[in-house]
Write a protein that binds this ligand. Structure first.
Ligand SMILES: Nc1ncnc2c1ncn2[C@@H]1O[C@H](COP(=O)(O)OP(=O)(O)OP(=O)(O)O)[C@@H](O)[C@H]1O
Length: 458
């Protein structure tokens, strides 16, 4: 829709922001309302058909949690999922802006904004399709939820351009036709779970459940009842009979992730079940025959664990009839560009962003990086770059990677300091080294900008 036909609401507790925005927008839009108090939002949204809302992330001074912003974003989308919401965020809140977009906001603007930029963002938001969550997110999530309830994995695309990955895929498809137990080895985020699902999907068990158990997250006490089930009264909390995960997977595949984390006593219990091919619920003495395909995975060096006697050799022999080794991403250079492009397309569609390409300089940068978090890290890095970029083509500066790459990634896979530094460099370039203008663009005082420049040695 056109800006000239749009009804806009601006919510911010800063009256200066409200009047500046209104002054600008009323020249372009059909109607512009402003409101200082977010508590009035539900009433306003219910009674007016706003096409777009500019919403501040932080209403409480000095509290930059963005919690209120998220709360009001949810309320708006609950009342009218079609509303385009643009979050107003302060410099330094980028992390939060990304979260807001993931939660359904259409876009964000940094405070203080440039008028042209704000107008462009609003126009693009009005022209974009339905609100993200309403359009793609929830629909896909619902489908995935629905599928996983039925125990069916959703059909994920496996990208494999490198010879090593093609070889793994080829073997896994051949193995899929058999009932052989498979052990998938590989670092975190290399795609072990995805490969296990792929094997299941290509097997004659594809219509039956695919059940995942994260053994690393299972406590010693829960292990038996979770995997084998229990009967009513078997222990205090056993209020009724319950089937275990092995039974749930009947006719299908059970995927035991993080098998290297099992303690020796639990390894013994698992071995008995695999050898006898039957399970007995805790508190019962009636064994139930097993009809499952077993796929296990670990990121540990399991052979070494056997040598060190922390993993049972007889168990390893049982689970690794076929062993598939997923190479780390840094060893499959040919996959990097294809994967990055795949995720670029996926996320720019999901978040309605204008990004369509990756520059060859960025591809080179990605190929030189060592990806400690493998494909998962690449996926997150591209997702963030797509959300943050305003251009059609992603450039090296748009992707924030650990510089030398030797370390494991941060919990978020994202380094805020790197990002801050890059933003400062960009702003300084843009304003030809003019500190006052750069500071205004970044929403910092001159002193604060000086301090940061000193910190980063700029
Ligand atoms: N070949 C591939 N093509 C496309 N996407 C992939 C591929 N391999 C993995 N992915 C994606 O990368 C992410 C991580 O993959 P997955 O969860 O399968 O890794 P994992 O090895 O099981 O990780 P962890 O060791 O942490 O459990 C997932 O979102 C998955 O869809």
């Amino acid at each position: 829709m056109l800006l000239s036909e749009a009804k806009i609401l601006i919510i911010d507790d800063d009256v200066d922001v409200l009047s500046a925005a209104k002054l600008l927008l009323k020249r372009h839009a059909k109607l512009v309302d402003i409101e200082k108090n977010p508590q009035k939002l539900p009433f306003l949204v219910t009674n007016n058909d706003y096409n777009l809302i500019l919403l501040d992330m932080n209403f409480t001074r000095d509290v930059n949690s963005g919690r209120e912003g998220f709360h009001w974003l949810d309320r708006i989308l609950d009342i009218n999922p079609k509303t385009k919401v643009i979050m107003i965020t302060a410099y330094g809140d980028i992390e939060m802006a990304i979260r807001a977009i993931k939660a359904g906001a259409t876009d964000f603007v940094l405070k203080p904004w440039e008028n042209d930029k704000l107008l462009n963002t609003i126009e693009a938001a009005l022209q974009s399709g339905a609100s993200l969550l309403a359009a793609t997110g929830t629909a896909n999530e619902e489908k995935t939820k629905e599928d996983s309830k039925k125990g069916k994995p959703s059909a994920d695309t496996i990208i494999a351009s490198s010879d090593s990955m093609k070889q793994v895929l080829h073997t896994s498809e051949r193995v899929a036709a058999t009932d052989a137990n498979v052990l998938v080895l590989g670092e975190n985020g290399t795609g072990k779970t995805q490969l296990a699902k792929h094997i299941h999907q290509h097997s004659k068990r594809a219509d039956k459940p695919f059940v995942t158990v994260d053994l690393g997250a299972l406590s010693e006490t829960l292990f038996e009842s979770e995997l084998f089930g229990h009967v009513k009264g078997a222990f205090t909390d056993a209020k009724e009979d319950r089937a275990g995960r092995f039974e749930e997977a009947k006719g299908g595949t059970i995927f035991l992730d993080e098998i290297g984390n099992l303690t020796l006593p639990l390894q013994a219990k698992l071995l008995t079940v695999i050898q006898e091919r039957r399970v007995t619920r805790v508190g019962s003495n009636k064994p139930i025959p097993l009809d499952v395909r077993l796929i296990c995975a670990t990121n540990m060096n399991i052979e070494k664990m056997v040598e060190e006697k922390v993993f049972r050799q007889d168990l390893l022999y049982r689970i690794n009839t076929i062993e598939l080794d997923l190479p780390p991403l840094r060893e499959r250079q040919e996959d990097i560009a294809v994967l990055a492009d795949f995720y670029l397309k996926q996320f720019s569609k999901k978040y309605n962003r204008p990004v369509t390409d990756i520059s060859s300089a960025l591809i080179k940068k990605m190929q030189q990086y060592n990806w400690p978090g493998n494909i998962r890290e690449l996926q997150h890095a591209i997702e963030r770059a797509v959300i943050l970029s305003q251009e059609k083509t992603l450039q090296p500066d748009d992707l924030f990677l650990k510089s030398s790459g030797g370390q494991a990634s941060t919990a978020t896979g994202f380094d805020l300091e790197d990002m801050e530094k890059t933003l400062i460099v960009k702003a300084m370039k843009r304003f030809n080294g003019n500190i006052t203008d750069a500071a205004r663009e970044l929403g910092l005082s001159r002193a604060a900008l000086y301090r940061r420049m000193e910190k980063y040695g700029l």
